[in-house]
Design a protein around this ligand. Structure first.
Ligand code: NDP
Length: 436
């Protein structure tokens, strides 16, 4: 903690993992050799750089860029890029640390990293976004590569931004190295089903987990926070599997529709009209209701299953109590660390099923690894094939977490299973590679 002052989210993420490793290091004390745990908590490399760019008024702006290359024992660093004003080194480190375990859980040969900038893309023109992405890549290119570090998108970074970054990488290196970035557009090496993967994957995980406890998504009322990439695809897949979306949100507030959110309509509002969720209530007046942030929380709405898909620490102790009082059955984290530790404690005590983001949202990075496979073999798979692989991977992750939770004495504790599963794979590789 003293070595990383002011990095609250990073401390939180590390503590959450270390607290669950007791049973595994007791059984296998060799994992404590050679300061393995200390090395695991220290990034291999952290890069912080200036990103100068020119806005539409001709004014020079400066942002800060980050890439944290956390652990490469299993393969090249792999993890997304976030553009949001809240980004700082502590946020990027927490995301990169979690990514190490998540990537290990997928069973694929990828290490963990994460990056981003405190740039605010909202309200910026297409030209400004392009110039920013080009400037960001003008520094980043020397640190990344198909065999070194493979960034992707995250909050504020979608196919458009990846395209501008890939274009700049190609100009700077004079190399068409398709596998250097994932989340690419289909016209230049992207994979079908990558956009859908995180949201769909979270729902596949939920389905498997519910099945194990004799339940199903059919007929369930689901609240989904956020209306970005993860949330929209999760809503679409959940509805396809027979659930009803009761409420969804953005950073201004939430919208509740007792008849069930019309996913096509909310999709159109967010993706095409680039409007706020309040527009949904206006279009469905008399039926749907918008509640602004200062007047309530999406987690006040009774539901059977909650999918927090927006941002870290968005669901706190108070929200967790409310959900439990209202009879929630399962919480599935689509976002990274959306539930605070207190909230997770409430779910555990109440016996609510809880799927941690490391496991439940791993479908995105797993499909990114499938994109890398397609790039390496100069191949393109069908949507169906990729989606089937995704579903099989999510089922595997679920089953592994479930088995490990039982093996280490707390059946049903998916958070413990995910941490142990990720840890053991990385620890084995680190030990084999010697002290480094
Ligand atoms: P997007 O930028 O596409 O969407 C984020 C959504 O969350 C937006 O609707 C945003 O609203 C909303 N939001 C942000 N802050 C809040 C808040 N405080 N309260 C309510 N809503 C809020 O991001 P993604 O969907 O890609 O990512 C969401 C989460 O999932 C992140 O934690 C990310 O790290 C994680 N994730 C994403 C993956 C991916 O493949 N994209 C992979 C694995 C994890 P507004 O538009 O108003 O800002």
């Amino acid at each position: 903690m003293q070595r990383n002052p002011g990095e609250g989210e990073f401390h939180q993420a590390v503590r959450e993992v270390l607290e669950s490793l007791g049973p595994v290091v007791t059984k296998h004390p060799r994992y404590l050799d050679d300061a393995l745990i200390e090395r695991l908590c220290e990034p291999e490399r952290q890069i912080i750089f200036r990103v100068p760019w020119v806005d539409d008024q001709g004014q020079v702006r400066i942002n800060r860029g980050f890439r944290v290359q956390f652990n490469s024992a299993l393969g090249p660093y792999k993890g997304g890029t976030r553009f949001h004003p809240s980004v700082n080194i502590g946020i990027v480190k927490f995301l990169a640390f979690q990514q190490v375990f998540k990537n290990a859980l997928t069973g694929m040969p990828i290490g963990g990293g994460k990056g981003g900038s405190d740039f605010e893309p909202k309200g910026r023109s297409d030209g400004e976004i392009m110039r920013f992405c080009q400037s960001f890549m003008t520094e980043l290119w020397r640190h990344i590569g198909e065999y070194t570090d493979v960034p992707a998108g995250d909050v504020g970074v979608g196919q458009r931004e990846i395209g501008y970054m890939f274009g700049q990488f190609k100009r700077l290196t004079n190399r068409y190295e398709a596998g250097v970035l994932t989340g690419k557009g289909l016209s230049y090496g992207g994979s079908l089903a990558r956009s859908e993967a995180t949201g769909y994957g979270a729902v596949y995980f939920a389905q498997r987990m519910l099945q194990k406890y004799g339940q199903g998504l059919e007929g369930m009322r689901i609240s989904v926070s956020g209306t970005g990439n993860v949330a929209l695809h999760a809503m679409r897949k959940a509805v396809e599997l027979g659930a009803t979306i009761t409420a969804c949100s953005d950073s201004s507030g939430y919208v509740y529709d007792p008849e069930g959110i019309d996913v096509d309509l909310i999709w159109d509002i967010k993706e095409n009209r680039k409007d706020r969720v309040s527009a949904y209530a206006e279009l469905r007046s008399g039926q749907a209701r918008f509640v602004a942030n200062d007047a309530g929380s999406i987690w006040d709405v009774p539901c059977d299953c909650a999918l927090p898909c927006a941002t870290q620490n968005e669901l706190d102790l108070h929200n967790a109590r409310r959900l439990v009082e209202n009879g929630v059955v399962a919480i599935v984290e689509g976002a990274n660390m959306p539930c605070t530790p207190d909230a997770v404690g409430i779910f555990r005590n109440a016996g609510t099923l809880f799927a941690p983001g490391k496991a439940a949202n791993a479908g995105g990075v797993a499909t990114s690894a499938l994109e890398m496979q397609q790039n390496a073999s100069r191949d393109r798979w069908s949507f169906e094939k990729t989606n089937q692989r995704l579903e099989a991977i999510m089922v595997d992750i679920h089953d592994r977490c479930d088995e490990l939770a039982a093996e280490y004495g707390t059946p049903g504790n998916y958070a413990l299973g995910a941490n142990v599963g990720g840890f053991v794979r990385v620890a084995e590789a680190m030990q084999a590679l010697g002290v480094a």
